[in-house]
Design a protein around this ligand. Structure first.
Ligand code: NAP
Length: 312
């Protein structure tokens, strides 16, 4: 039996994809959302979100769960699927995941971003044996232990604060002598007695035998190297857009961010992008949701035009 063509396939179930799903379902588009269970989204991994308007405080997991339930009340069809390939063929898109190929008039890419690596000795070897990129997932394993956090942005500082619930001490190693994180997070971190800082420094190696036992930290100014004993190393040095599967399909920036206009059009006709997978100024849940709404609206207009539907 020939598969019916979707109006839109949304790739990704973070704030951008789910908001696109809410808008597209309410517009009564025939829409499918593919959700990868391999990649855990940035919002889901966040312990506490307190700057999403209208929600005073929520864990990232709970916020995503509510968004998904909200989208499903409007009839959004969600399926597990990790997309490997997206191809434009005879005017429609073929979206391929592990279970098959979906044909669709439009695609909304909302695949988010994954943690950047330091690419230093010990990082891969000790993954799951002390090295982590997710405090919410792994923090509790480090009760009363010494923890190192790498980075100086919102994620590093927010997660360092979270890790003080468990760790004996949390030492933030940052390559400059001031933090990039929002001032309110800085104030909390500086006031927290469990948090210490090692400034203008980078981690050269993560050391141990069976699991992490220490890190070698180099002062960038003096070149002096010190060994700091620890059992956990949490790395929060930014994010990399999950766009590898697009392989030359649309224009990306040098970091892999999808280039879009303000209507979320990519360089591919009928392909839209939303959230952290696109090149943008401010990576937040609220801007991801805004992108998702715009992308669904634009996809709807594109599909109507394709079908020759004119509103008077
Ligand atoms: P980010 O803002 O890009 O910060 C990355 C941090 O890691 C920076 O301090 C950077 O140092 C450092 N860094 C980068 N590469 C490094 C390397 N190779 N070695 C050592 N340090 C390195 O990333 P983020 O903190 O994950 O935030 C990403 C986006 O999500 C931001 O837009 C942020 O606002 C947003 N976010 C928001 C919230 C919130 O609103 N509560 C929470 C989490 C994330 P430099 O400072 O020297 O560049």
């Amino acid at each position: 039996m020939k598969q019916e063509t979707y109006d839109s396939v949304i790739i990704g179930a973070g704030p951008a994809g789910l908001t696109a799903g809410i808008y597209a379902s309410r517009a009564r588009m025939k829409v499918l959302l593919l959700e990868s269970y391999i990649v855990m989204g940035q919002a889901t991994m966040t312990d506490m979100i307190e700057n999403y308007p209208g929600v005073i405080k929520s864990s990232g997991f709970d916020l995503i769960d509510i968004l998904k339930k909200q989208a499903e009340t409007f009839g959004l069809e969600c399926r597990p699927g990790t997309v490997k390939n997206v191809l434009l063929q005879d005017g429609s898109w073929n979206v391929e995941d592990e279970s098959g190929v979906y044909q669709t008039h439009s695609v909304i890419v909302a695949t988010g971003a994954c943690s950047k690596k330091l690419n230093i000795p010990g990082e891969t070897e000790f993954l799951g044996k002390g090295v982590s990129y997710c405090a919410t997932c792994d923090g509790a394993f480090f009760r009363d232990k010494d923890i190192i956090v790498v980075g100086g942005g919102d994620t590093a500082v927010e997660e360092a604060l979270f890790l003080t619930r468990f760790g004996k001490k949390v030492t933030v190693v940052h390559r400059r002598n001031s933090l990039r994180a929002a001032k309110i997070l800085q104030e909390r971190a500086f006031a927290n007695k469990k948090i210490e800082f090692i400034w203008q420094s980078k981690i050269k190696t993560i050391n141990g035998s069976q699991k992490v036992e220490s890190v070698s930290v180099e002062n960038i100014e003096t070149g002096k190297i010190q060994d700091v004993a620890c059992e956990g190393v949490f790395i929060f040095v930014g994010w990399q857009p999950n766009t590898g599967f697009l392989k030359g399909t649309v224009n990306l920036d040098e970091k892999g961010g999808i280039l879009t206009d303000s209507a979320m059009n990519t360089s591919g006709k009928g392909m839209f992008a939303a959230g952290d997978c696109r090149k943008k100024l401010l990576h937040q849940v609220v801007t991801a949701c805004g992108d998702g709404a715009v992308a669904a609206y634009s996809a709807g207009q594109y599909v109507d035009e394709l079908k020759g539907i004119v509103y008077k």
